[in-house]
Design a binder for this molecule. Sequence first.
Ligand code: DAH
Length: 343
Amino acid sequence: MEKLQHLKEEALQAIESCETLSQLQEKRVLYLGKKGPIQDVMKMMKDLPPEQRPSFGASVNEIKSAIAALIEEKKARLEEIEMNQRLEKEKIDITLEGYQPTIGNVHPLTLVQQELEDLFIGLGYTVAEGPEVELDFYNFERANIPQGHPARDMQDTFYINKEVLLRTHTTAIQTRQLEKHAPNPIKVICPGKVYRRDDDDATHSHQFTQMEGLVVAKDIKLSDLKGTLEFMANKMFGEGRKIRFRPSYFQFTEPSVEVDVSCHICNGKGCPVCKGTGWIEVLGAGMVHPNVLEMAGYDSTQMSGFAFGVGVERVAMLKYGIDDIRHFYTNDVRFLKMFKRFD
Ligand code: DAH
């Protein structure tokens, strides 16, 4: 019994002095496992007189449960200590700089298109779109360019079959809008991609972007067109821009004009960008041809309209000083990074 008592004290002390959970586990195996000092003591039971055996057994059990209880308690304490140590070590430093995600930029064509849309929406226009795979009918016939007309050769066309093509200009959206709204007034802009069978070089691309403007109502005059385009030029190229109309020819307008804006680089004095003239050609425009109005269902004696078609790449190139149209399509990130980030 004395030995037993001694063993108990030794075990409790050994458990108490454990500093880690793994040390504690070793002690558990030692004192409560199949081989160890307690098991050795149990073996002595058979040498005892029978009447002493029950009380001896009870003492052993009492010691075993005391040891087990202390192990459990010690385990809880050690677990808490280890948890606190881990929390201390793994503390998140919220002042550390995070990773900067890579954010794209707005493509310059998107920027310019949005800017144009915004300024026209501000003038009360709505935005209309149309199919890029278009009928010859809307692209040419309704624009007063009948089959076999030489004006068709001005726009080398990707034909899909005899009636279907890739639209060569956003005037195709204009003719659709006229048909849709006749005989009522219209005030729309029509942005979109257009396609021509051109060889790509610094100023030509087989696919580019246009924006058509169209206003139809009673008493629309050429001066309305001029005022509108002057407003646009001032917004896009800075205050103080002037507008100049030169006579031109388009099948779908009469009269037709080529529109120049006073050079925003030299302010009209003459520089390499405007080739010394002080003027830069930016778009074609005119009064909607009576034939175009009539074909769509308007009475051209009652209603009149103006239209214009602006090249979005051209505006972007002038605005940002870009010298090659191919920059817009080759996606060199060094080029794209120069423009506005997404907010
Ligand atoms: N459709 C013409 C082109 O692509 C541009 C144009 C000129 C559009 C005059 C118009 C316009 O609406 O009135 O070359």
